[in-house]
Structures are given as structure tokens and as C-alpha cells.
Design a binder for this molecule. Structure first.
Ligand code: AMP
Length: 193
């Protein structure tokens, strides 16, 4: 099964993708996680991406498309994957189409977590507090000001990606404002259908 999770930052894509991974046994390919790992490891990609990520902007299509192209070649991605945080631009969506077409593969579903953006800053502040309380590292870009920039990037560059899939009849919208377990159930129902 090949899935995409769309939705603004803080919509719950990562949380829900983790649950679907456990249930369906397919890997979660989070470009945010891959980029953070590259930054932590100090790779050339990480060095290029760090400042943009810290400021809440989007890393270049070229870099992100490159890391996804490499990642889906790995053995665990052969049985399927959940893309979390990719595609974030129309150019990335088109590049993904060509990557998959080149392998004779198709997407099964694109799930969009729809949320009330005015509630997201509160969510992100909570996420940072919970991480801190659990002794986990707090993401630099979960600062409320940087978060607003991330939301602007979403509205400017990413919001058009969902209609791109909708036109092809591949999109399923999920109400992401429901309690976490209910969102998971709605996703499972969408995947069963
Ligand atoms: P995320 O963990 O998905 O919120 O991503 C964290 C940050 O990584 C984003 O704010 C961007 O700077 C960068 N990033 C992640 N995925 C992408 C992508 N598909 N295109 C461009 N930048 C990305």
C-alpha cells in the first residue's frame, strides 16, 4: 500500500502515520525526519537544509525529491510506504508521479487531515511542552513564531497539492479536529474502502 498524508504542520500527520505503520507494516517516510537526521549527522544535505528548516521555510525541491527518490529504493519500501510531509509543492507531486510511473507503481490513497488552522498554534505549543516534560528534545521550529512561518509556507506552496490529487479522484479528506483515536478510526475506514 502506497499512501500520502497531507495536511498543515501540526495536523497530526506524524502521529497518525506512526499508528498506520504499526497496523499495516509499511514504513513511514517522513521527509522532516530524514532532513532532521541529515542535519544531526552534518551531511552536505543537512548543512544546506538547516538554516531553512530553523526559519520555518521549505527546503529546495531538488534536495527533497532526491532524498525521497533514494529512500523509496530501499528494501523496506518495496511493500509500500506512507509519505508524511511530502509532497509539499506541486513540483514535488509531479516528481513523485514520474518516480512511481518509472517503476510502474501507483498510489493507493492520499489522505488529507483537515484542521482548523486557528487551533494549530495551541497544538504546537502543547507538543513542545509535552516533549519537554517527557525529557525529549523540543523541535526548534515548534516555536510559535517559526510555526507561523511554516503555516504560511503551507498556505502558499502546499495547500494546492490536495486539489491536485482531488481532481484525479485519489483524495480522501479526514476531519483532523476529532480526538486522535477517532481520526485513526476514520483513516482505517478510508483505507478499508
Ligand atoms: P515536518 O517534520 O514535516 O514538519 O518538516 C520539518 C521541516 O523540514 C519543514 O518545515 C521544512 O523546512 C522541511 N521539510 C520537510 N519536508 C519537506 C518537503 N517535502 N519539502 C520542503 N521542505 C521540507
Amino acid at each position: 500500500m502506497r499512501l500520502i498524508f497531507l495536511g498543515p504542520p501540526g495536523a497530526g500527520k506524524g502521529t497518525q502515520a506512526t499508528r498506520i505503520v504499526a497496523k499495516y507494516g509499511i514504513p513511514q517516510l517522513s521527509t522532516g525526519d530524514m532532513l532532521r537526521a541529515a542535519v544531526a549527522a552534518g551531511t552536505p544535505v543537512g548543512l544546506k537544509a538547516k538554516a531553512v528548516m530553523d526559519a520555518g521555510g521549505l527546503v529546495s525541491d531538488e534536495i527533497v525529491i532526491g532524498i525521497v527518490a533514494d529512500r523509496i529504493e530501499e528494501a523496506d519500501a518495496k511493500k509500500g510506504f506512507i509519505l508524511d510531509g511530502f509532497p509539499r509543492t506541486l513540483a514535488q507531486a509531479e516528481a513523485l508521479d514520474s518516480m512511481l510511473a518509472g517503476k510502474g507503481l501507483k498510489l493507493d490513497k492520499v489522505l488529507e487531515l483537515r484542521v482548523d488552522q486557528s487551533k494549530l498554534v495551541d497544538r504546537i505549543v502543547r507538543r513542545a511542552e509535552e516533549a519537554k516534560a517527557a525529557g525529549q528534545p523540543v523541535r526548534k521550529d515548534d516555536d510559535p513564531e517559526v510555526f507561523k512561518t511554516r503555516l504560511e509556507a503551507y498556505n502558499r506552496d502546499t495547500a494546492i497539492v490536495a486539489p491536485y490529487y482531488e481532481k484525479r479522484g485519489q483524495l480522501t479528506a479526514i476531519d483532523g479536529m476529532q480526538p486522535i483515536d477517532q481520526v485513526t478510526r476514520a483513516i482505517e475506514t478510508a483505507l478499508a474502502g
